[in-house]
Design a protein around this ligand. Structure first.
Ligand code: NAP
Length: 313
């Protein structure tokens, strides 16, 4: 079997930037796209904070460009997803449902998935008024009323942040107490633009027929009463899950399941690097993911330079 220099798992901004850099380094990287090709940006509309695109760029268009740019420099990108990885000895073994690959270095760029409420209307209206990223989409809701769902620090932070744009933010939480830190709760309670609605679950987001958000149907868990709150946007802030199931027991993960990186993109295993949201629960931006993808590629290149069987083919 032809052992690869680099396999990159994942095709969001981190994975494709790693592919671009390792392609330009003549390492002929193989990218295994994953089930959500292009990553979370495929679920957004206009990205206005990608440097160099003054008028913004649609998330899917940005990913199409990144993909083409990586391919231009020799990255091979396959539409498949990885079912198992064996990092116990070098070369590492990566399996998809129908193929097996070996590689001298591995870049983990599997991302994190925003947890969703699981409503069909939430899926349909994602990017059309429903968002999982206040930093990305808050600006579109200037002067409008919106809702934030969640009771952790993210929900508090997003609710506060969104009052910079929205005329009113209704914070909806399923229990009567928040798990967020007290200081974050205090900020929310002190913010006159935020109304707190506890013990409330979201039954539906309206209006799939119109293709835009016009309101949110909530139910009081104690009384069962159902009401509709008119809003133009819904921010789902109920946490993220890092996509690290493949690496449990192989790579060092933190308490929340994120890959631990240190000294750049290095994991605890020599030759295995991680970049993007799979190792970042703080910044979670396309640009920071891309930056860490660059770091992972440079670290992998440096690692390969130091092992005898490395082939620049
Ligand atoms: P989190 O702490 O796991 O909180 C998730 C929240 O969403 C919880 O309130 C949970 O409700 C709610 N939730 C989960 N599933 C739900 C569902 N299906 N329907 C309705 N509600 C649901 O996640 P996070 O807020 O993203 O924070 C993650 C980590 O990052 C935490 O350690 C947090 O402290 C940290 N963080 C820190 C900062 C900061 O310090 N500036 C900012 C953001 C995040 P229950 O409470 O009922 O379970």
């Amino acid at each position: 079997m032809n052992t690869r220099n680099v396999i990159i798992i994942g095709s969001g901004p981190a994975g494709l930037t790693a592919a671009l850099y390792s392609g330009r380094a003549n390492l002929s990287p193989l990218v295994i796209e994953g089930l959500e090709a292009g990553g979370q940006l495929m679920m957004t509309t206009l990205v206005e904070n990608w440097p160099g695109n003054r008028d913004g760029i649609m998330g899917p268009d940005l990913m199409t460009e990144m993909r083409a740019q990586a391919e231009k420099f020799g990255a091979e990108i396959i539409q498949n997803h990885v079912v198992s990885v064996d990092c116990s000895s070098s070369p590492f073994v990566v399996k998809t449902a129908d193929a097996e690959y070996t590689t001298r270095s591995l870049i983990v760029a599997t991302g994190a998935s925003a947890r969703l409420l699981g409503l069909p209307s939430e899926r349909t209206l994602m990017g059309h008024g429903v968002s999982t990223c206040a930093t990305c989409d808050g600006y579109f809701f200037r002067g409008l009323e919106i809702a934030v769902v969640g009771g952790g620090d993210s929900a508090m932070e997003e609710a506060n942040f969104l009052t910079k744009f929205a005329s009113k933010v209704t914070l909806i939480h399923r229990r009567d107490s928040f798990r967020a830190s007290k200081i974050m709760q205090d900020k929310v309670r002190a913010n006159p633009k935020i109304e707190i609605l506890t013990n409330a679950i979201v039954l539906e987001i309206k209006d799939t027929g119109k293709g835009e958000v016009t309101g949110i149907v909530v139910q009081d868990v104690a009384s069962g009463t159902v009401k509709e709150i008119p809003v133009a946007g819904v921010f789902v802030a109920i946490g993220h899950t890092p996509n690290t199931a493949l690496f449990k027991g192989q790579l060092e993960l933190d308490a929340e399941g994120y890959v631990v990186t240190r000294d750049g993109a290095k994991t605890n295993l020599p030759g295995v690097f991680a970049c993007g949201d799979v190792q970042d629960h703080t910044y979670r931006q396309a640009i920071t993911a891309a930056g860490s993808g660059c770091m992972a590629a440079l670290d992998a290149e440096h690692y390969l330079d130091g092992i005898p069987e490395h082939l620049h083919t």
